[in-house]
Write a protein that binds this ligand. Sequence first.
Ligand code: APR
Length: 241
Amino acid sequence: MKDKFISLIKTSKKISVITGAGISAESGVPTFRGENGLWRSYRPEDLATPEAFTRDPKLVWEWYNWRRELISNCTPNSAHLFISYLESLIPEFLLITQNVDGLHKRGGSRNIIEIHGSIWDIKCSKCLYLSENRDLPIIYPPLCPQCQNILRPGVVWFGESLDYRKLEESVNFIATSDLLIVIGTSGIVQPVASLPFQGKQINKKLKIIEINPTSTPITNISDLFIKEPSAKFLSDLKIFS
Ligand code: APR
């Protein structure tokens, strides 16, 4: 398993990586659909929507304050660190993460698309104001310094469109890669769930490695499926020594 993983990496000049909540699980960040993903009795799908924010912005901010506090106590794990190490070795490299926790950046990743935004950004619900904010907690109600309307988390919610430029860049990069590594995503939330399929459809030579303790729809098109927690598998993996 490790040999095939290393050999696929060594024969690749251009690598893309897609990550989801599972990569941060071993850092202590709950996944969305895992057992610890619930806050009070709410599912993320009930809180991470524009409708939920319109209905009860205070409740949504309470959830985000809880998550910001939790994430601020977590640190990048071996899988985050492995990805930034890989970036330093591979000539062409792009990380596309669905995670909003910022742990990849803290782990040293630079060429990164945070396709669902960042929990450390806040933006105006009406105008184009967007800013980084690390306050713990955010005092309710946070108001836009430009237009005085309520500020919201700088993340993409269910039912909202992703930035099409980021999506286009991701598709193009994946489709021209030698290797795509998919780590810790359930592969059911669109449009990111389709990226591996699109990549393979456009470029038949694209190899896919998936790392996840549970199989997903992406497992079916993977050339190598590593059925393990990612930080455990990637810790101390010396590829070029
Ligand atoms: N290592 C690798 N994978 C893991 C680990 C681990 N230690 N622990 C759990 N996983 C896997 C699970 O098996 C599951 O397939 O991580 C995946 C987590 O799935 P989700 O919780 O559904 O998270 P994700 O796929 O990132 O969700 C996508 O949905 O809620 C929205 O916007 C939110 O970005 C999120 C998106």
